[in-house]
Structure formats: C-alpha cells, structure tokens
Design a protein around this ligand. Structure first.
Ligand code: ZN
Length: 351
C-alpha cells in the first residue's frame, strides 16, 4: 500500500512494510524502516536532495533510473531477500583473526557484536547488478598488470575510485544501498568508468574498524564479509594480450655506457651478458620483447622459471629431457615445460 512517507536513504515514496517489527518498506533500497526513521511531507527539501543524489548514483552505477516520484515497483512474488548469516563470529572465531589485537587489548563481546553487525550490513547491501562500496575487482591495467583483489572505494562523478593493492579497508556504516563507506590506504589508485564492470561472483574479503578501546595503536578489529566480485580490463593495452595473470613480466635496462659492459641487459633479478644470451633465453621461455617509452628500457614477457633441486635417485628416474640451459660440467639439468601455466621447471640434483 502506498503511503505519504519517504525513504530516508533514497527519498522515494514508501510502501507499508510486511514485516511485523517495521512500519515502512523501500523496494528500491530493499530495506524496512520503523516510523521514527522515515521522512514526511514536511521534510520535502531533504527528500528532494536525497532523490537527486540517489538518482545520480543509480545512473552512474548503471541501473536504469526509475522515477523518484513513484514508489519503486513491487518485487516479484518469488523474490527472496538476501539473508546474511545472523551471527557469523563468536569470541573464539574472532580472536583467531585478531591474534595481536587480542594480546594487546583483549577481544570483548562488543567487538564480536560490531563485527557481526558489519557483516550483516555488508552482505545485505551487495548486488550482482550494481557495484557497491567495498566490492572486489579483478583488475587488469593497460600495462598488463593483473590485480585480483583490487578494491572499490566509492563512486565519484568521473567513475569508481579503485585501489590496485589495498590494505584492509577501514569502514563505517553508510545509510544507503552501499551499506558502508571505506577509508583505505594503498596504491596505486585509478578511476574506472561506471557501467564498465562485469559481475563475476562473490568472495570473502577483510574489513576492519576500531575495537572497544577506540582509535589507538593496533586497536583495529578485522573480520571477513562476502562481497561481489567484478571484472575490469583497461582499454588500449600496451602489450597486446600479455598480462601478469598468465605471464612473467620483466623490466630490462640496456647498458650503453661502455662498449663492453659486463651485463648488456639487467633487471628484476635477471641479467644477460650478451645479445645472444638474451635471444637464447627468449627462445626457450617463449619471450617477447617490447621497447618502452624510456630509452634503452624494455619489457620482456615470457614463461615463469622454476628451479627445483631433488635427490639424485629421484632425478635419475625423472622421465624428462635434458637441457644444456643452466647446465654446468657435472651438473646436468632436466627440463619440464608447462604450456598451460607458462612455467619452465629446471631440475638439478644433490647427492
Ligand atoms: Zn529507498
């Protein structure tokens, strides 16, 4: 039934709630409210401001904006609301995740209640249609760097603010469909255009907030909640289809300071004395060399190298071919090539 009350999150008109302990319900936010929390006709300026913000948010997040003057359409009869786990953590299970905090301050019941409240807040606000604050992104940059656990901080007017390598995000409640706001350290940051994210599933992720002692050294309590996972690949790749998800990326510099350098190419824990050494390595490791913007700098994409030392009896019974690569007199090497995972394993032995 339509009412003359408005949603305190999105400003849309509310329906009567079908839940006993609540009075009103917003189909847009998928949330029930008691009558003390909702807005009335006298709050119209606030309602209009909320509508404006929520309209832009929906638009940017890629959801078709339904009129904000009408209540959101009723859910289908068979619609099941996401029911997050009621009490995910006990003192015992939360201590396991917060060993040093427990040692310094001691996990209390109020920390457990906080963690459980956050888990409910996060898990009940997730969606497979709209990305929400705190979601996870499988990010591939245009330089081919793959970050499986990139973090979606919030939506700005030019897009989602995303962190490639985040620390555990600090969170606080945000009374909107997002459930939470994040304050995250880490780097680097980039902006991802709205509507470019593809839903790929769900995964557990760590969050934290100050524990019972408040803000102080080692005073944050961490917990895990399930979030939506999205995929994003930056357009215009610099290195074709090469990404660090499946390939090794080595930055090489060329020494042109002398005519006879000790190492002609060097970088990332690898060095080549001569052009021939590099060419041989590239032939064996399926390498491709790209020149980059800076002079005498290169990016080498190739298979991963794994070196394994095993007892001599085991080595003798290995059904693998021998190679002269990295072999020295008296120290033969057997080679295994994995073309699926792009790994070359070199086996040597000890007595
Ligand atoms: Zn609402």
């Amino acid at each position: 039934m339509k009412t003359k009350r408005f949603c305190p999150w999105c400003g849309r008109p509310l329906y009567k709630s079908n839940q006993k302990e609540f009075d009103f319900q917003c189909y847009n936010c998928d949330k029930d409210f008691p009558k003390t929390e909702v807005l009335r006709k006298t709050d119209l300026p606030e309602v209009k401001a909320l509508r404006h913000r929520s309209y832009l948010d929906d638009l940017w997040r890629g959801e078709y904006p339904h009129s904000h003057r009408k209540p959101y359409p009723k859910r289908r009869k068979n619609y099941v609301r996401i029911k997050p786990q009621g009490q995910k953590y006990t003192e015992h299970t939360l201590i396991k995740l917060n060993g040093s905090y427990h040692y310094d301050h001691g996990i209390r019941q109020s920390d457990v209640d906080m963690a459980n409240a956050y888990v409910r807040m996060i898990e009940s606000s997730r969606s497979d249609k709209q990305p929400r604050n705190g979601d996870m992104i499988r990010l591939t940059t245009k330089h081919g760097d793959y970050y499986p656990c990139a973090h979606l901080e919030k939506l700005y007017e030019d897009g989602f603010s995303v962190c490639e390598r985040p620390y555990i995000p600090f969170i606080f409640p945000h009374p909107t469909k997002n459930g939470i706001s994040c304050s995250t350290s880490g780097g680097a940051w980039l902006s991802v255009p709205p509507k470019a994210l593809k839903y790929v599933g769900k995964e557990e992720k760590f969050f934290k907030d100050w524990g019972a002692c408040g803000a102080r050294g080692n005073g944050a309590v961490s917990f895990k909640a399930e979030v939506s996972v999205w995929e994003y690949t930056e357009p215009d790749p610099v290195y074709d289809d090469y990404t660090t998800k499946d390939w090794r990326k080595i930055h090489l510099s060329k020494d042109v300071t002398t005519t006879k350098p000790e190492y002609l190419y060097y970088g990332n824990g690898i060095a080549f004395r001569t052009q021939q050494e590099l060419d041989e390595y590239m032939a064996l490791f399926h390498g491709k060399l790209y020149t980059v913007y800076w002079p005498n700098s290169f990016e080498l994409w190739c298979y991963f190298e794994q070196n394994v030392k095993i007892p001599i009896d085991k080595w003798k019974s290995l059904d693998l071919p021998r190679t002269t690569f990295r072999a020295k007199p008296g120290h033969p090497v057997k080679i295994e090539i994995d073309d699926v995972k792009h790994i070359i394993t070199l086996y040597t032995f000890y007595n």
